[in-house]
Design a protein around this ligand. Structure first.
Ligand code: SF4
Ligand code: SF4
Ligand code: SF4
Length: 323
């Protein structure tokens, strides 16, 4: 009997894992929670592969990878359409990060996409700027401030060094100045800077989508109003709008806008006397004027009136130019 009890004890000891005191066949206790690593795939992570790739990119939104920003490039890499060595701002360390995530070897940056370099920041020669707004429209992270026919300025801490404002400038007054010494790639750009650039880029994209939707809704409403037969209530409203009271309100509104424009013109003249603001807005070449006209047409198409911005110091917020 004693021998039988000893055998049972020994068998129970064999079934128990001496290291963890766990009976075989039962679940292994979960290890303590570790923070997720973006460069390591995790089956419990709800993020897609494209999400994890995007998290590793520098978010300068420079399009040097051949795609319209970091997110489209991340999606192309995840789909196997683009290679993982097409992002010069990330440099070799960026390739290493992606290679680790994808389980692939480290390869050099594709020279067709550019070279790893010290990070530059854009600088506007304000004496030459004609205030055409083309750079502002090109900046993917809203790092440029200005208004039509006013001097434009770069917000240095928000500039990602993407170069996208340089080409559209009709008077070549934007220079890219390296600011990181010999440091390149991720040595010249922090994760915090990348995160902030991503937020600004996404906010800009959301704002532009909202502006487009609003312009389309206005256009649709105009089309519907002109094509639909007018019901009696609308005819009554139209009659009332033509009444002296409506005329008075309209005249008052025009007078307010006119006064605001006049104040803005006076302010602009005062600034010009102090040497503040672009100095060569007159007599631009035909080419430059054509670019400015095209930009103005684009702004009008999406519902941004440049004249309203002249009155930006006094007009209501709705009339101010959106960036
Ligand atoms: S930083 Fe530039 S090159 Fe790199 S993924 Fe983003 S847009 Fe493409
Ligand atoms: S200011 Fe120019 S270089 Fe800087 S982020 Fe904007 S577009 Fe790019
Ligand atoms: S002139 Fe150049 S810097 Fe000035 S607003 Fe136009 S694009 Fe920008």
């Amino acid at each position: 009997m004693q021998a039988l009890a000893l055998c049972v004890c020994a068998l129970s000891g064999l079934l128990r894992n001496p290291a963890h005191g766990r009976v075989r066949g039962t679940a292994r206790p979960r290890s303590r929670h570790r923070p997720p690593r973006p460069d390591v795939a995790n089956v419990n992570d709800p993020k897609t592969l494209a999400d994890r790739i995007e998290d590793l990119l520098p978010q300068t939104q420079c399009t040097k990878c051949g795609y319209d920003g970091c997110r489209p490039y991340a999606e192309a890499v995840a789909a196997g359409i683009a290679n993982y060595n097409q992002c010069p701002p990330g440099g070799l360390e960026g390739v290493e990060r992606l290679a680790k995530l994808l389980g692939k070897p480290v390869i050099p940056i594709n020279p067709d996409n550019g070279v790893e370099r010290p990070r530059p920041v854009a600088f506007i020669d304000e004496q030459l700027c004609i205030g055409c707004t083309l750079c502002m429209q090109a900046c993917p992270v809203d790092a440029i401030v200005g208004a039509p026919k006013q001097m434009h300025t770069i917000v240095k801490d928000q500039c990602t060094g993407c170069d996208l404002c340089v080409a559209p400038c009709p008077v070549d007054c934007i220079a890219m100045i390296p600011v990181t010494g010999a440091a390149t790639g991720w040595d010249a750009w922090t994760q915090q800077q990348a995160d902030e650039a991503r937020v600004r880029h996404d906010r800009r994209a959301a704002r532009q989508a909202a502006e487009r939707n609003a312009a389309e809704a206005r256009a649709a409403a105009r089309r519907a109003a002109t094509s639909a037969p007018q019901p009696q209530a609308q005819q009554d409203a139209a009659t009332q709008a033509a009444s002296p009271t409506a005329d008075d309100a309209e005249a008052k509104k025009k007078a307010i806008i006119q006064a605001a424009l006049e104040r803005a013109r006076r302010k602009k003249a005062e600034l010009a006397e102090q040497g503040v603001g672009p100095r060569n807005v007159e007599h631009v070449s035909a080419d430059v004027q054509a670019q400015i006209d095209a930009a103005e047409a684009r702004r009008k198409r999406i519902g941004i009136e440049s004249n309203a911005s002249d009155a930006s110091d006094s007009a209501p917020d709705d009339d101010k130019p959106a960036r």
